[in-house]
Ligand binder design. Structure first.
Ligand SMILES: Nc1nc2c(c(=O)[nH]1)N[C@H]1C(S)=C(S)[C@@H](COP(=O)(O)OP(=O)(O)OC[C@H]3O[C@@H](n4cnc5c(=O)[nH]c(N)nc54)[C@H](O)[C@@H]3O)O[C@H]1N2
Ligand SMILES: Nc1nc2c(c(=O)[nH]1)N[C@H]1C(S)=C(S)[C@@H](COP(=O)(O)OP(=O)(O)OC[C@H]3O[C@@H](n4cnc5c(=O)[nH]c(N)nc54)[C@H](O)[C@@H]3O)O[C@H]1N2
Ligand code: SF4
Ligand SMILES: [Mo]
Length: 814
């Protein structure tokens, strides 16, 4: 018998048309710097001293500041009352990590203001950054723990909830071993919380089953960096955008998903020496519309497309032979593989016209500097790591890395994805150490003062997220602690995920600020403090570290994740090898100081950072140490990469099969600091259109919403800007189905169905797109709205990242 579902209350929805205001006014660029306060009537708190420097809902990126070399300041602010004080923080609604200060009055957040001095955003904020804080004060925040009793979730005290969890943990580890316990955490907590959780899971409970939702997000970014350069960590700096001659974006809708970085790009494009822009996306996104060259490949064909580009670059002699000889290994294999991809063959497989490919290859082959960005259209598509690595190859064959204006960004998505990876998510080991390097494991064991055999992982990385859910399905995992993520909406194939979470023999703990779709299926719900209600640090996609100070108290009895973990460790009485408490710190600063010692000498070296330094200045990049006290802008400036056998993070994989390269084999051919050029040939996606399901479905994001909308769905202005799901379909396909814009359709795959209004245009024929934001917490529990009802349970062989970006689908008019 499945557990009963707690039904959510239905909320009245806004009657605004689902078409985004932004889609209508895409390229209009405002030149006014101050606009009237337009949407404050929908803010939860209203009062005197309100200030809105610009309307980011109507004008997403704000006015242009054409530039070359140095991006000017523009301080964006949205406050609904004059604050009593400002508290230093940064935005946690994407990986850009824009610096901001939180305005506080009478113990409440009343707004935010960008910080002009900061290297990341120079004061700018986007729509989510300016509005998102309103979710903190949403009336339906969780304020007390909940325990499932007689089928329903009932309020309980912290002692009751924690005692129940401790009892369950003890019972399971004594009866069946700790391998019955799994953790599924987040890319949205703070560094100090991940670090505490890592030691709690590894050396406290000793379970190998711990992963972050970053497995769905940037596991491929991490793996692509590791496969090519030896360790995780993006080599470039955002200042590279300020001087580069060309930008290549693949599977990345930056205008919508990193709006402030996109402002930086637009400002370059309107300034002197504008960089060329190439965008690869099967949809004509706002990003693609700005491009000089838009390549729109069939979904799942990134590898042939990239091989085609590399082939042309090589054939045209646009390669830096001398640099490659000195700094790389593997070029011959790349030459052989890419040779098979003539422009005509690429056109046949990807649908991209051969001449467009040639034009793009000419830019990539001749530009003097190049910044590339890669994101979910690669990471969640077929052959994810294989494709992402080919983008690294474009830089390696031209030697365009480690100098101003040249960088490859294997982008992050979530605000604190970098930190969860630095603490062991996505199959990594703390501080980018190597599971197969005994010296690294010993170093951690020593730092934690625990026995080597305390470590649950013996030479192999921890269990990946989809495998954790598989074990829960099969019954070998019996307790699953879910922290800061909403898998009942964000994992693929939701009917299956609901079935797993509802299993009688799976004890589910959900730690969140709201009663999410996942929380509704839990046995215990722990109310968490949000950003603004706790202190910690986090690192963005260009390695910039910010501190976020506690500005207000959490509501009711909600507690920070940090405090919840410390409480659990104390109740479990975890000890080190001297029988002293395992966790040596009592506050986030203590955790930070302990962590940073472990990073000393590693690529992500935090040893030169302190809370004081981060609080006095603004963002500082890692590595930050004695040699680079103010951080280091670019990695690999000397062309020496992190690949030497004793330093690297893994020994690498076969990009097609995922098979791991053995330590012996790696050591025998130790590249000693040379980067890997790894080739990969095309493999067609597993699920292709057929007679029953003739179309290809992809999924992704909208500018106004963040993920499963637990925050942005509770912010009136953001919710109203994009209140409902839709299905994007080409003019051709709409005509075939006799569809007018806004008419309801059903999209079906072999896994489920979604009903939504059609939105016609800006997508390749044969393709469909559904934003994945819309779950059912505010929809009377109607499951026919979440994109993941439709997606596939399968993943990349190297990064184990799920394939959210394609599925064979059919459409019927309702
Ligand atoms: N507004 C907003 N911003 C966000 C987030 C959010 O939820 N909302 N989330 C943050 C997070 S965690 C992440 S990971 C990032 C994600 O940021 P992005 O990766 O930019 O976002 P997506 O919309 O998931 O995917 C990008 C594009 O991939 C394209 N695509 C699909 N299939 C393919 C393919 O086979 N090949 C190619 N080349 N392209 C393809 C889609 O059409 C889509 O436009 O955004 C971050 N920023
Ligand atoms: N179909 C499809 N599916 C996708 C994607 C896609 O493109 N298409 N993208 C994937 C990607 S890239 C991502 S990143 C995932 C995102 O998927 P999720 O991680 O499920 O997304 P969120 O809605 O951000 O969930 C985070 C949860 O943490 C809570 N939270 C926020 N801050 C805190 C905190 O400080 N402490 C605690 N305890 N809780 C907190 C929020 O209320 C929210 O419920 O979705 C993935 N799923
Ligand atoms: S770009 Fe990202 S970090 Fe910056 S304000 Fe927008 S959501 Fe926040
Ligand atoms: Mo993500």
């Amino acid at each position: 018998m499945p557990k009963r579902m707690t039904t959510h209350k239905t909320k009245t929805r806004s009657s605004r048309t689902p078409r985004q205001a932004a889609e209508q006014s895409t390229t209009t660029e405002s030149t006014v710097s101050v606009v009237p306060v337009a949407d404050l009537d929908s803010a939860p708190m209203n009062g005197n001293g309100a200030r809105q420097t610009r309307d980011s809902i109507q004008d997403i990126w704000g006015p242009r500041a054409p530039h070359y070399g140095m991006w000017s300041e523009r301080i964006d602010e949205l406050t609904v009352q004059a604050p009593d004080r400002w508290v230093r923080s940064a935005c946690v609604l994407c990986s850009n990590g824009c610096a901001l200060d939180i305005g506080v009055k009478d113990g409440k957040i009343v707004g935010v203001r960008g910080r002009g001095m900061d290297r990341v955003n120079r004061g700018r904020l986007g729509p989510k950054g300016l509005h998102g804080w309103q979710a903190n004060h949403s009336p339906d925040r969780l304020k007390q723990p909940l325990i499932r009793r007689n089928g329903g979730l009932q309020e309980a005290s912290w002692s009751e909830a924690m005692d129940l969890i401790v009892e369950k943990t003890r019972e399971l580890s004594e009866k069946h071993t700790a391998h019955t316990i799994g953790f599924y955490n987040s890319g949205q907590l703070f560094l100090e919380e991940y670090y505490t959780l890592a030691i709690m899971g590894d050396a406290g409970i000793s379970t190998p089953h711990m992963d972050g939702n970053t497995r769905l997000c940037t596991a491929t970014a991490a793996n692509a960096l590791i496969e090519s350069f030896g360790t995780d960590g993006d080599p470039g700096s955002y200042t590279d955008f300020d001087v580069t001659d060309a930008i290549f974006m693949i599977g990345h809708n930056m205008s919508n998903t990193q709006t402030v970085l996109w402002s930086r790009v637009l400002d370059r494009r309107r300034g002197p020496n504008p960089p060329k822009l190439i965008v690869v996306d099967p949809r004509r996104t706002m990003t693609a519309r700005e491009a000089d060259i838009h390549l729109a490949p069939r979904i799942g064909t990134n590898v042939p497309l990239l091989n085609g580009l590399l082939n042309l670059m090589i054939r045209n002699g646009h390669v830096a032979k001398a640099w490659m000889d000195e700094h790389t290994v593997g070029f011959d294999e790349l030459e052989r593989t890419s040779q098979k991809w003539s422009p005509e063959r690429v056109q046949a497989v990807t649908g991209v016209p051969a001449n467009d490919l040639r034009a793009a290859a000419e830019i990539l082959g001749t530009t003097r500097s190049l910044v590339s960005t890669v994101l979910q259209g690669v990471y969640q598509s077929f052959q994810a790591t294989a494709a992402a690595v080919q983008v690294n190859n474009i830089h390696l064959v031209r030697g365009l890395l480690g100098k101003p204006g040249s960088a490859v960004f294997q982008m992050n998505g979530q605000p604190t994805a970098q930190n969860t990876r630095e603490c062991g998510a996505d199959g990594e080991l703390i501080a980018f150490m190597n599971y197969q390097n005994e010296a690294h494991i010993q170093k951690i064991a020593k730092h934690w003062n625990v026995a080597r055999d305390k470590f649950p992982m013996k030479d192999t990385p921890p269990t990946h997220a989809l495998q954790i859910f598989r074990y829960a399905e099969e019954g070998s995992i019996r307790m699953l602690w879910i922290i800061g993520t909403n898998p009942a909406v964000s994992l693929p194939e939701l009917a299956r995920i609901r079935r797993i979470l509802q299993k009688e023999d799976l004890f589910v703990i959900v730690q969140d600020a709201f009663l999410t779709e996942t929380g509704a299926l839990a046995d215990v719900v722990l109310p968490a403090a949000l950003w603004g209600e706790k202190t910690g640090t986090f690192t963005n996609a260009d390695r910039t570290v910010h501190i976020s100070h506690k500005a207000i108290e959490p509501p009711g009895q909600a507690r920070s994740d940090f405090d919840i973990f410390l409480d659990f460790c104390a109740r479990m009485d975890f000890r080190d090898r001297d029988d002293l408490p395992l966790i040596k710190w009592t506050d986030p600063e203590g955790a930070f100081d302990h962590f940073k010692e472990l990073t000393r000498g590693r690529p992500c070296d935090y040893s030169g950072l302190t809370y004081a330094k981060l609080s006095e200045g603004s963002g500082i990049q890692w590595p930050c140490n004695e040699q680079y006290p103010n951080g280091k802008e670019r990695l690999y400036e000397n062309g020496v990469f992190n690949t030497s056998a004793d330093y690297c993070e893994t020994f690498g994989h076969d990009l097609i099969t995922g098979a791991a390269i053995t330590p012996e084999k790696y050591r025998a051919q130790d590249p000693k600091g040379k980067a890997f050029i790894k080739a990969a040939d095309y493999v067609p996606p597993t699920e292709m259109p057929d007679d029953a399901y003739p179309m290809l479905l992809t999924t992704g994001r909208l500018v106004y919403h963040f993920h499963t909308r637990t925050k942005t769905g509770r912010v009136p202005a953001l919710d109203a800007a994009a209140p409902e799901v839709f299905v994007q379909i080409s003019e051709n396909d709409a005509a075939q189905h006799n569809l007018a814009d806004g008419e309801m359709v059903r999209v079906e795959t072999r896994r489920g169905a979604v009903d939504a209004p059609a939105r016609i245009g800006d997508i390749e024929a044969g393709h469909l797109f559904i934003p994945f934001h819309y779950g059912y917490w505010d929809n009377g529990n109607d499951h026919h709205r979440a994109a993941n009802e439709l997606t596939l349970t399968e993943y990349d062989p190297v990064s184990k990242q799920p394939h959210f970006k394609y599925a064979a689908a059919k459409v019927t008019k309702l």
